[in-house]
Design a protein around this ligand. Structure first.
Ligand SMILES: [Zn+2]
Length: 329
């Protein structure tokens, strides 16, 4: 049984003090890279897709690609998670596609941009929790707003999570894990000035809540990938900056259990494709550049699994079925 609830994967991680990466995918090579890396490092893993990625693939194509990855990796705990769900309707759709975990981001209105009220957030999150838990599916909520923009989701401004409000939100909604805002930001262009994560806020949150904490917008934006892209005809500006691995590891020590990874994967793929097409202008078989891009992404994810200390934990526990999870709610 490889399809695993996000709740089970993250509660195990929280117990042992490591974090699990949630890797965004939108095509076959990305999915293969995620599960190859999980297999190579024996890591539990979360395969994650945005609404944009599902729509891009007409939903069904991604559904079956992910099902193939699960079928071939029955001995690794894999959660399939919807990133930034914006309505109960879309959550229902994701659960019908076989997702074992969903995020409802009620910190923003349905447009994915405008900040909502606390009451709106509780109302929509509560409705998703009721629907999902009745099917054994776990739910991630968000309180506070993460800055930046990715896949047309994101707010202009960051507003840090208030620890007391986070605690109340969990009581009011029953979410299984919670995305918080401590100064991270979506995308490759995160910060105007220097990076300043509010570790004190994280610590305060950790001290008063007891569900797993999720970090969005925490890509590293490795300089070597940005310069590889620019060396081969790309034009990413020098404003592309990320969160250093040491800060991520500090956040894990302070209680973060799920880390979303999307931008770094995009950079790894683009850097490889650009380099190969530039170095070999005669090539025109997509496998000649998508194959090496898949390898580069696999290696990037292997490093993340080691950095997040996920490696080696795939056999720590037996995955519960969603039916088992249903009974626990
Ligand atoms: Zn996010």
């Amino acid at each position: 049984m490889a399809l695993t609830s996000g709740k089970q994967i993250l509660e195990e991680a929280k117990k042992q003090g490591y974090a699990v990466g949630a890797y965004n995918v939108n095509n076959m090579e990305q999915i293969q890279a995620v599960v190859s890396a999980a297999r190579a490092t024996q890591s539990p893993v979360i395969i994650q897709t945005s609404i944009g990625a599902l729509k891009y693939s007409d939903c069904t194509y991604l559904e079956y690609l992910i099902k193939a990855a699960i079928a071939k990796n029955q001995d690794i705990p894999i959660a399939v998670h919807l990133d930034h769900g914006n309505s109960l309707d879309f959550v229902v759709r994701a659960i019908e596609l076989g997702f074992s975990s969903v995020m409802i981001d009620g910190s923003l209105m349905e447009d994915g941009k405008t900040a909502s009220t606390y009451e709106y957030n509780v109302r929509i999150t509560r409705s998703v929790v009721e629907y999902a838990h009745a099917r054994g599916v776990s739910v991630e909520g968000e309180i506070g707003t993460i800055g930046g923009s990715e896949d047309s989701v994101g707010s202009e401004k960051i507003s840090l999570t208030d620890p007391e409000e986070a605690k109340k939100f969990i009581d009011d909604t029953g979410v299984d894990f919670l995305a918080i805002a401590i100064g991270t930001s979506h995308g490759a262009y995160k910060f105007k000035g220097s990076i300043n994560l509010a570790f004190d806020v994280l610590e305060n949150i950790k001290n008063i809540i007891d569900i797993p904490i999720v970090l969005h917008g925490a890509s590293s934006v490795p300089v070597e990938l940005v310069s590889e892209i620019n060396k081969h005809g790309g034009k990413m500006s020098s404003g592309a900056t990320g969160i250093p691995t040491s800060s991520i590891q500090k956040a894990i020590k302070l209680g973060v259990s799920k880390i979303n990874v999307d931008t770094d994967s995009r950079l790894a793929i683009t850097a490889t494709v650009r380099r190969i097409l530039m170095e070999h202008p005669d090539k025109f078989d997509p496998r000649d550049y998508l194959g090496p891009a898949r390898t580069a992404l696999t290696n990037l994810i292997i490093t993340k699994m080691q950095d997040f200390k996920t490696a080696g934990h795939a056999k720590d526990y037996v995955s519960k079925s969603l039916d088992d999870m249903k009974k626990l709610y």
